[in-house]
Design a protein around this ligand. Sequence first.
Ligand code: HEM
Length: 426
Amino acid sequence: KKGKLPPSPPKLPLLGNLHQLGAFPHRSTWELSKKYGPIMLLRLGSTPTIVVSSAETAKEILKTHDLECCSRPPLTGPKRLSYNFQDVGFVPYGNYYREVRKICITELLSMKKVQSFQSLRKEEVDLLIKSISESAALANPVDLSKGILSLTASITFRIAFGKSFQGSELDNDIKLQKLVSGASTMLGSFCASDFFPYVGNVIDWFTGFHRRLENTFHELDAVFQQIIDDHLKSGATMHEHNQEDIVDVLLRMVKDQTKNDAVHLTKDHIKAILMVNNQTSPCFVFGPLLLPRETASHLKIGDYDIYPKTRIAVNVWAIGRDPDIWNNPEEFIPERFEDSVIDLKGQHFELLPFGAGRRICPGMNMGMAILELALANLLYFFDWKVPSGMEIDMEERVTISLGKKTALMLVPIKYNIGEDDEIMHC
Ligand code: HEM
């Protein structure tokens, strides 16, 4: 194409720069960006991809050119798992997206809704604190990774489906958790069709990607169908605190819709919305690259031309480690935020755990409410020690998000707080 393209590392025929990504794309692209700059063009197979690695370039993409850059590429895994893009997170930008995002923000994840689930969050955090207290009494290490994952999963499932499955007739929370985390692994795993339009499909059949994707889809679909059927059968009687959960809200909207509504909701929409909310919500680990975006039209960043259908990866992990912005970025210094104006709400491009712009995470308030309550209580009740003879292994595991590869095992030491030991409220 004519015009000036952003700098690119040398490419191999067919593969382009794919071989340079390795197992940790946030790290490899960070290294490449030190040489090729904060906006660089990679060719991943046959797909042009812009990688953005500085706060200024992130602002250009997510604010100045947000409208041109807020679509999503039609990726194979997300397409299937979102019932052909009937969700919010992976659907390309357009009328449907705008309507369904509005539903998400006003009906499902509004501040009022977040507050309405306060007692539910407290109950679940209380259970976690009690179980850790038992380990503390015996001076046993606890698997905090598992504890936090179960906490977020229990809260999200209760908010979405209205009941905890533990001990219920369904008793499939473990299965559902496994399925959801399996789907998350699928979303993060390599899919050749996303990089090589024709031959990729054949490769994906050979590697078994399509089979695994179909199995995950059908298993999750069956669970969601069962949940919807149960809601339809039992109505309000099955709900805790007589509170509307997300399935109720969506079923009510299906029932009340008229011909004039901009979007005609079906059960597949409900399943797709549940699927993606459950995928993205146990985000106690942070996405190193924001969910991929795709340009809808030609735009210019500085001198560089960026063409339509270019994928965009914003490396928020690298931006959070930029030594020009952060002193000792690799050090854990929470006090650095004490007198800082920087917050996480998408206005400060130095720190973007929830993204920014039109595609900013709609579950931010819900996520923060869970995170703050859990973290405050874990620190209020316990001091934490590394088990003797062990070290904390910081090796990473990348799926759709980034987490620790091995579980975080720590010994809780309970503070002497008093008789009633009531959990802190945030
Ligand atoms: C601490 C917790 C969370 C973190 C760190 C987080 C982070 C993110 C990030 C980085 C994105 C991509 C933004 C972009 O592409 O610019 C995202 C999108 C999304 N998140 Fe979250 N999230 C969290 C909690 C939640 C929760 C609780 C829900 C819902 C129950 C949720 C639902 C979504 C959805 C639906 C999207 C796609 C939005 C769109 O494309 O319009 N997230 N999240």
